[in-house]
Design a protein around this ligand. Structure first.
Ligand SMILES: [Zn+2]
Length: 282
């Protein structure tokens, strides 16, 4: 008679103990930080169990700032680094970030680019021997247990504009979803609408800093997000975000968060609801 009781006690303890992840963090939120890097992009994704993805790394001058931000947020290692496309405002400081943190793997679209900062990025990748994977539609992986990452773009291997090669990333956490557009424009948006897959999201990081080269009404209707985040520099020479884009967002009844007005914008998801926090200016 003793055995069944012992088995019962052991299985009861296993049931209680085993589901607890190493960091005791199942109930911690997913955090997506759209970091204020001026007229550039840098997005930090922290999964509930401590996995980290960094999407882009700001402009050439942003390295120290980004490294400080990541350290402040307790980042010790970057599990997935994404160079959405090879423009300077997305990969300008990526070599510095790679030299500051261990990086497990890097995703980037197949688009060699003959610039100093692109060559510097590859020098850093080679120094640390980091595997490079191709960013393209269909790539998917998990960031820890509860966070799903799907690349919806780029779908094609050739585009007229470099921005359309952007890795478009959808992040799903329970009922909540986030769409990161990088600098994808109208051609990429058309393809995404045609594919009719998984476009709906609660929050969208608007493409190309709010330029009128994208964020069409048709696209916004397909995504049907309630909240928009725009990563954009104060008084930037391009006059981003475009008034027409802001108008479209307003017409869809969306709430808009802008890094030029609020500093870093942080979306916090518990799998059911999303709350927003801003970090003030750098
Ligand atoms: Zn850009």
């Amino acid at each position: 008679m003793k055995r069944p009781i012992i088995f019962f006690i052991i299985s009861f303890y296993l049931l209680i103990i085993l589901p607890q992840p190493v960091h005791g963090a199942w109930f911690e939120p997913l955090k997506i930080h759209v970091i204020d890097v001026g007229q550039a992009d840098c997005i930090l994704v922290q999964s509930p169990n401590g996995k980290t993805m960094l999407v882009d790394s700001g402009d050439e001058k942003d390295g120290e700032e980004i490294i400080r931000y990541l350290q402040k947020e307790g980042v010790k290692k970057i599990d997935v680094l994404v160079a959405t496309h090879p423009h300077h405002d997305h990969i300008g400081s990526m070599a510095a970030v790679i030299r500051a943190f261990p990086v497990t793997e890097i995703y980037m679209p197949n688009l060699p680019y003959d610039t100093d900062y692109y060559h510097e990025l590859f020098r850093a990748i080679n120094e640390k021997n980091i595997p490079v994977e191709r960013a393209k539609a269909g790539v998917n992986f998990r960031l820890g247990f509860s966070v799903k990452v799907d690349m919806l773009g780029p779908k094609s291997s050739y585009y007229r504009y470099i921005n359309d090669y952007s890795a478009v990333i959808k992040i799903t956490h329970g009922k909540n979803s986030f769409l990161l557009m990088a600098d994808a424009g109208i051609d990429a948006e058309k393809e995404l609408i045609q594919s009719k897959k998984k476009l709906r999201a609660d929050v969208i990081k608007i493409g190309h800093h709010g330029a009128n080269t994208g964020t069409t009404e048709a696209f916004l209707k397909s995504v049907h997000a309630k909240t928009a985040i725009i990563s954009v520099g104060k008084n930037n020479p391009y006059h981003f975000p475009s008034k027409r884009v802001l108008h479209r967002l307003m017409n869809q009844g969306m709430t808009v968060y802008r890094t030029d007005q609020l500093g870093a914008v942080i979306a916090i998801s518990d799998g059911k609801t999303i709350t927003f926090k801003t970090n003030g200016f750098r």
